[in-house]
Design a protein around this ligand. Structure first.
Ligand code: ADE
Ligand code: ZN
Length: 325
């Protein structure tokens, strides 16, 4: 119980959260009704029965299907506000939030509709809870590279409203090197760059993301522990890993949290952080991720190190970081 309060009190950042992954089944059904969208499941009970995932793809299938219920700026604002209420409860001070513009554009929405709704939510949340944050637009790697390039063009006019770009969705078979040109253009626009790598894919995808995409953080990166040279490289270059314990367990990347190499990462001087990924799908928001680690043998001191790493790995300036400490 003492640890529970300490976890809540630690000043936390969240650097790996997909806003669409905070869409709770209740809200999805509500939005479906509000927007006249027909889903294959009409009751909460039927929908809830779809959450037993065997791998990343089985989760993505449901995640993309429920995303089709998001239609208006108000939907995105409501989604953001619901997340920020959880974030406030969990003691999060700063959040860098992914979204998948390509999917919404393919669903027939304007990019500006999505941006305007999410930004309005962030702005209300900042006033209400004092949580700072920003948006990172993810490229969906199992869609064609031409679609990624088109999305980047759509982002350009809103460049000032974005922190950066990321790379997500089905990993194996879609290596980072496919997106070298897209990421090079994004860097020219002054955007921060991050990529999912080493979640289901191999350590060599992490190396590609570093070499070809020149990313500043690796999302997940759990498979880095397979490669000692890569571990040294991450430590010496201060590249952070944004790990997501409950996600890894629910997507069967590991069967038990004790298999995660987070002790090794800390001992190796790697800036590893703890995050929730898609909390509405994986059984808990950020504090629940920390608590699951405590239950799996991690100390409060290690949890504090994850928090400190999150502050240091964030894209907020040094002066603001000092305030968070
Ligand atoms: N999109 C949302 N969550 C994801 C994850 N864990 N991996 C890849 N793509 C995602
Ligand atoms: Zn993710």
């Amino acid at each position: 119980a003492l640890e529970h309060q300490a976890i809540l009190d630690l000043p936390k950042t969240e650097l790996h959260i997909h806003i669409e992954g905070t869409l709770e089944p209740e809200l999805a059904l509500e939005l479906a009704a509000r927007n006249g969208i027909t889903l294959p499941w009409s009751t909460l009970e039927e929908l809830r029965a779809q959450y037993d995932f065997v791998n990343l793809q089985s989760f993505l299938d449901l995640y993309y299907q429920l995303m089709s219920t998001l239609r208006t700026a108000q939907d995105f604002r409501d989604l953001m506000l619901a997340y920020l209420e959880h974030a406030h409860h969990d003691g999060i001070r700063h959040a860098e939030i992914f979204f998948d513009p390509q999917v919404h554009i393919n669903n027939g929405l304007e990019f500006d509709t999505v941006m305007d709704g999410l930004l309005e939510g962030l702005s209300i949340g900042r006033e209400r809870y004092g949580i700072t944050g920003g948006l990172i637009a993810c490229i969906v790697r199992d869609l064609p590279v031409t679609s990624a390039m088109d999305t980047l063009k759509a982002l350009e006019s809103r460049r000032e409203d974005l922190l950066g770009i990321g790379l997500d969705s089905a990993e194996v078979g879609y290596p980072p090197s496919l997106f070298t040109e897209v990421f090079s253009r994004a860097r020219e626009l002054g955007l921060h760059v991050v990529a999912h790598a080493g979640e289901e894919g191999p350590a060599s995808y992490v190396i590609e993301a570093l070499d070809q995409l020149q990313v500043e953080r690796i999302d997940h990166g759990i498979r880095c522990s397979d490669d000692q040279d890569l571990m040294h490289r991450l430590a010496s270059s201060d590249i952070a890993l944004t790990s997501c314990p409950l996600s890894n367990r629910r997507l069967q990347v590991v069967q038990d949290l004790r298999e995660l190499p987070l002790h090794q990462f800390l001992e190796g001087g790697i800036r590893v952080t703890v995050n929730s990924d898609d909390p509405a799908y994986f059984g808990g928001y950020l504090a629940a991720n920390y608590e699951a680690l405590i239950d799996s043998g991690y100390s409060l001191r290690e949890c504090a190190a994850f928090c400190r790493n999150g502050i240091e790995a964030s894209f907020i300036g040094n002066r603001r970081q000092a305030v968070l400490f």
